[in-house]
Design a protein around this ligand. Structure first.
Ligand code: NAP
Length: 333
């Protein structure tokens, strides 16, 4: 079997660390793994498939001989280094928002639009975490009865902001318990014991950038500019896994029973929906798991053709690292 030289750019971050684990777990055919970060983390050692690998500082010539690079080091790094990597013959799978809406760049969730991988020119964008889990849950419904409109509210974990925000929640919770002073850095307000209706930056229409991503990226992934999406994105004091209440207005009526059937049969989805036994998806039990969990499936009684569901998935896995590795797996098929 052919093996590939693979790089993880942003290897010391919340997503980058998960990428290394997912590559190993899924036995991606890696010849050599190269881990890149900024000069701050150069020299750090990580284990991969029984080997110790030293993190190197990312430089302009870092990509020579690398077949596939998974980027998750922020927009500035992607904007500067992804074109250099492509010039050096590397295929880039990028996790940041910088290239996502570029019409020359496919935006791919393998369960939803794998066909878009066919027209890549060396760069494939990974969608935003909150979009990925939503479109996976929407896809079987879209194919069965069509979708007019989606109204979604998210409950997003702090790991979606990165490593520093995870530490900040830990520190705030511990300091509040022991009556000590604590820092507020990652968000405008304390996140422990709170909920912030603000992810990303506010745009002119009153929505945030995160909320607009859920509209724009969903349209691009489905290749359907008629889908309407109104999102409210909220940061909550959960470490890992985003939860979403998704109201779907369909073109034709679909029963709750049929929705459960097609969701259960869809790759990457696990339906947990036995409210009478108190069984429904929870972020706490989704940590480290690959699936998009769907539960609380019921009719939206406020409209004629509507469904409501509760969709939970680990943002560092399907929302980022796993989706990127699945894209790489499709590329080498
Ligand atoms: N967290 C999520 O759920 C999620 C989901 C989808 C997409 N993303 C996107 O993925 C990216 C990373 O997110 P994260 O949550 O992993 O953030 P993070 O935990 O803050 O990690 C950032 C990573 O980028 C590296 N980095 C920063 N500046 C660099 C530079 N100049 N050169 C090379 N490496 C540099 C850092 O290395 P050092 O150790 O050297 O600082 C670190 O490895 C962001 O663009 C984010 O929007 C995140």
């Amino acid at each position: 079997m052919k093996k590939y030289n693979v790089a993880v750019v942003g290897a010391t971050g919340a997503v980058g660390e998960e990428m290394r684990l997912v590559l190993e777990e899924r036995k991606f055919p890696v010849e050599k793994l190269n881990l890149f970060a900024s000069g701050r983390s150069a020299g750090k050692i990580y284990n991969f498939a029984g080997e110790k690998i030293e993190v190197q500082e990312l430089k302009e010539n870092s990509f020579s001989g690398i077949d596939i690079a998974l980027f998750s080091a922020g927009d500035e790094v992607s904007a500067r280094f992804a074109p250099l990597a492509i010039q050096q013959g590397t295929i880039v799978v990028d996790n940041c928002k910088y290239f996502r809406m570029d019409p020359e760049v496919p935006l791919v969730v393998p369960e939803v639009n794998p066909h878009d991988l066919e027209w890549h020119r060396g760069l494939i964008a990974n969608p935003n975490c909150s979009t990925i889990q939503m479109v996976v849950a929407l896809k079987p419904i879209y194919d069965e009865v069509g979708i007019e409109r989606v109204v979604v509210a998210t409950y997003q974990s702090v790991s979606g902001t990165g490593k520093e925000a995870i530490e900040e929640l830990e520190n705030q919770a511990a300091s509040i318990t022991s009556g000590e002073k604590y820092e507020i850095k990652a968000y405008p307000y304390q996140i422990a014991y709170n909920a912030l209706p603000h992810i990303g930056s506010f745009t002119e229409n009153g929505y945030t950038s995160e909320e607009m991503k859920m509209l724009d990226e969903t349209r691009k992934i489905f290749g359907d500019n008629n889908i309407r999406v109104a999102a409210t994105t909220v940061r909550v004091p959960v470490y890992r896994a985003h939860s979403e209440v998704v109201h779907v207005e369909t073109k034709k009526k679909i029963s709750v029973q049929r929705a459960r059937e097609i969701l259960s049969a869809f790759p990457g989805v696990k339906v947990i929906d036995n409210p009478e036994k108190l069984e429904y998806p929870l972020p706490l039990f989704s940590e480290g798991k690959d699936e998009v969990f769907v539960g609380r499936i019921r009719e939206d009684i406020s409209t004629e053709n509507g469904l409501v569901m509760w969709v939970v998935s680990d943002n560092l896995r399907k929302g980022a690292a796993l989706n990127a590795v699945q894209i790489a797996e499709h590329l080498i098929k």
